[in-house]
Ligand binder design. Sequence first.
Ligand SMILES: CC(C)=CCC/C(C)=C/CC/C(C)=C/CC/C(C)=C/COP(=O)(O)OP(=O)(O)O
Ligand SMILES: Cc1cc(O)c2ccccc2c1O
Length: 348
Amino acid sequence: MAKELKQSRAETFVLAGSNGHNGQQWQTGLSDFNHPLGPDHKSRMSRVASDVRLKCAAYVLALRPWSFSASLTPVALGGALAYKLEGSVDLVILMVCAVTVLVVHGAGNLVNTYYDFSKGIDHKKSDDRTLVDEILAPQDVVMFGALLYSLGCLCATLLYFLSTLRLEHLALIYFGGLSSSFLYTGGIGLKYVALGDVVILITFGPLAVMFSHAVQVGYLSVLPLVYAIPLALNTEAILHSNNTRDMDSDKQAGIVTLAILIGPTLSYVLYNMLLFVPYVLFCLLATRYTISMALPLLTLPMAFPLEKHFRSRCYAKIPQKTAKLNLLMGIFYVFGIILAPPGSLPSL
Ligand SMILES: CC(C)=CCC/C(C)=C/CC/C(C)=C/CC/C(C)=C/COP(=O)(O)OP(=O)(O)O
Ligand SMILES: Cc1cc(O)c2ccccc2c1O
C-alpha cells in the first residue's frame, strides 16, 4: 500500500514536471539518436534530470508550504508597524527577515516530520506522509533540516549587519524562535505534553512580529506584541483544528494535546473563539480608531463555513482552509495598518 502511494505520488510529480504530456517521453526517445554522445547517454541524462526533479518536489512538499502563511503574515505585520512608526521600511531587511523566519519555520516542520515518524505518531492516514510513504528517507529529512537551520543562522548574521538592532537582542529573539521550532517536537517535545498550542501562539505571534519590527527599527518594543494578538489567535486556530482532527490517532500514540485534554465539545468552543475573537478586535479597532481596521472583516464570509465544518466534525481540510483564511486576514490586516491615517492607530 505504502509502495503504491509512493509510486502514485511519484507519478504525479513526473506528470507535473512533463506538463502532463505523455508524448514528451516519446519525443525524448526520438531525439536521443541525435545526441552527440549517443542515445544511452541522453536517456540516462533525462532520467537523472527527472530524478532530481522528483527529489526537489519531495523536499518542497516535505516543508508543507501550505502552512507558510503562518510565518509570512507576522513578518509583514512587523514591517507594516515599523513603516507606520518610523515612516519608512527597508525592503532588503524585510526580505531577509522573511527568509529567516520562513527557513526556521520550514526546519521546524521537518523536525516535526522526523520525530512524529520516529515516535510512531504519523501513520498512513496522516497529513504528513513524507516518511511513512518513504517519499524521503529519515536521513534526508535530518540533513535538510540541518541545512535550513544553517541557512537561518546565515540570514540572521546578515540581518545583524543590515540592521541597527543590538546583537544580544537579535540573538535572543532569533535563538528563541530557533529553539521553539526544534523543541516543539524535538528534545523534550513540547507538542507531546500539551504545550504545542502555547509554542505556536508565542512563536507565530509576538515573537515573529517583534523580530520583524525590531530589525527594521533597531530596538525592542512592546507595541508589536499587542498588534500580534489577532493574528496569533487565528494561527493557533490552524493548529487547534489540526490537533482536533488528529485527536484519536494522537491518543492512540500516547501523546497529550490540548484538544485531547478538553474533548471535542470544548475544542469546538475554543476553535470558535480563536476564529471569531480576532473579528471582535478588528470591529473595536475600526470603530474606535480608524475604519481601515475593518478591512480584515472582509474575510468573515470564509470563517462561517469553517465553523460549520468543525461543528459537523468534518475536520479533513480545516487546517489548510484555516491557513488560507489566515493568509487573507493577515494581508488585509497589514493593508489596514498601512492605509491608516497618520496618528490614528493606537500606540502605547
Ligand atoms: C522569530 C524567529 C526568528 C523565528 C520564528 C520562526 C517560527 C515561526 C518558528 C516556529 C516553528 C514551529 C514551532 C514549527 C512547528 C509547526 C508545526 C509542525 C505545527 C504542526 O504540528 P503537528 O500538530 O504535529 O501537525 P501535523 O499533524 O500536520 O504534523
Ligand atoms: C505543518 C504545520 C501544521 C500546522 O497545523 C500549523 C499550525 C500553525 C502554524 C504552523 C503550522 C504548521 O507549520
